[in-house]
Design a protein around this ligand. Structure first.
Ligand code: DLZ
Length: 161
């Protein structure tokens, strides 16, 4: 999947949304970049003091997302990095976190920003981590997508719909 074709999202009227960020802890340098990118995006959107929770690994993101989605948050941002090793473990963790987050989002109706990098090696992850020299900033992107979706969902509750 390439980053080409990404939309320029303009998100407005979102400063009052309650947003939580959950972040795994494997691959510290990449995770620092993703978390900083997410917090920068939230600041740009006027969303101050987001809840930030850490979980051990990406596999733990769905259960934490479910707990947060059930506590009144308008959007949850899930951040993690999974790097391929020599065994099929990579596929199981990637599948578990992807399906788990999708299920939580659809079941609860709370948008979840998917900021989980699934990479063949560390360089691919660094290229997407939003740090100096990165081509992409996936933490920032995940926030923008989830908050834009939360604003859209909120508009559905307005009387003219
Ligand atoms: C076990 C494991 C491995 C091998 N690699 C990663 C990784 O690259 N990224 C990540 O976020 N987590 C990894 N984990 C840990 C699992 O996500 C999980 O925390 C453990 O299997 C314990 O449930």
């Amino acid at each position: 999947m390439s980053g080409k074709g990404a939309p320029e999202l303009s998100v407005k009227n979102c400063g009052d949304l309650r947003v939580a960020v959950i972040a795994a802890q494997w691959h510290e340098k990449v995770m620092d970049g993703l978390v900083n990118g997410a917090l920068r995006a939230l600041g740009e959107l006027g969303i101050s003091e987001p809840t930030v929770l850490r979980v051990p690994g990406s596999f733990e993101l769905p259960v934490a997302a479910k707990a947060l989605a059930g506590r009144g948050y308008d959007a949850v941002i899930a951040l993690g990095v999974v790097i391929r090793g020599g065994t099929p473990h990579f596929e199981y963790v990637c599948q578990g976190v992807t399906q788990g987050l999708t299920q939580v989002s659809v079941d609860t109706g709370v948008p979840i920003g998917f900021g989980v990098l699934t990479c063949d090696d560390e360089q691919q992850a660094l290229d997407r981590a939003g740090i100096e020299g990165s081509r992409e900033d996936k933490g920032h992107e995940a926030v923008t997508a989830a908050v834009a979706t939360a604003v859209t969902l909120r508009s559905l509750a307005e009387p003219w719909h």
